[in-house]
Design a binder for this molecule. Sequence first.
Ligand SMILES: Cc1ncc(COP(=O)(O)O)c(C=O)c1O
Length: 410
Amino acid sequence: MATFNSVTAPDYAPAQMIPVRARGSRVWDEQGREYIDLTSGIAVTALGHAHPQLIATLTRQAEQLWHASNVYTNLPVLKLATRLTEATFADSVFFANSGAEANEAALKLARRVAYDRFGLDSKKTRIVSFGRSFHGHTLFTVSVGGQPKYSEGFGPLPPDISHVPFNDIDAALREIDAQTCAVIVEPVQGEGGIIPATREFLEHLRSACSKHEALLIFDEVQTGIGRTGTLFAYMGHDVTPDVLTTAKALGNGFPIGALLTTSEIGKHLSAGTHGSTYGGNPLAAAVADRVVELVNTPHILEGVRDRSNSVFASLRSINSRTGMFRELRGMGLLIGAELSDSYRGRSREIMSTALDEGVMLLNAGPDVLRFAPALNIPYECLDEAFIRFEAALNKLNRDKATSSATVAAQ
Ligand SMILES: Cc1ncc(COP(=O)(O)O)c(C=O)c1O
């Protein structure tokens, strides 16, 4: 950690333990201590660590072709794009390296489509987004995201972006009009606190976008690739976007992002309008193709719904003994536990105590614990993780009781 502090930019505050090896849903640190992973590297390693079939695919591709640039296409990217279009509403894919880049492409595409269709004089440039949303760390995506802390100090920001409260149908309908070129929404807000969009809200966004010829963009960077129990969350809601972005679990840890759309819209990304050296790199595409093939099966997707019930049941049962949560919410294996009043603001402290007890957890803001285990986490691993988690909560409660008793005695 001393090396971390001296040679890396201080924009992260990592835990003290350094993971060195992992398999499935178990991780080991430098001292050989074992942890159960309920984070999947922030909803990334959806098929667990060191998945044997992904290792085989990556190794095979590494022996064939690593990189050739987009001056040429390559066989893995053709296979992956075909698989994604066959599995979704989309018939055109643009590849990037991350969620932010996929969203950057989506937002640029929305402005470009309006420009090509209606001309600059139409002033159809407004992007409507939602409070607490998160879409990445590039300048455009922090400006569109609904958390001002990420754009503070980086101005001037790209103009004509508005934010309305999430799940507020009336406010959204007031904002979406002829000048709107796109509405961007997470089907479940992830970083904002694990807040599912209501189906009604998404349906209203869909009809307002159709009425005003604006693109409806679903940011499925966190919810996609099986996390909510369907390949993409839009499938569970039965509301189809015009553009969908995905990343994170798409490569199970190998960096890749993608924008999915229709050919009618995709054609506006004509040659030379946008690009990326690494986008659709053969190594990333080969791995992602295998990931989508493995995830998009009843075995995995039904398993997500089953495991989701099991996680909710464990959290309810822990709450009946500790009273630490005011609300449990989420979809599939993207689950948030909002802390009750006496624990508000303490999610990082709980994560750290849980780590001491051998369980890796995430938060989603100071007041919400986030559970995003691998989609195929073994049930016995989940049970063990929640025993360790409850032990961590009890430890915190004991420490709190001891310190209150000490204060009372003084
Ligand atoms: C919904 C959503 N969109 C975009 C991003 C940004 O993705 P990346 O960190 O890969 O750029 C994230 C990351 O947490 C996310 O949760």
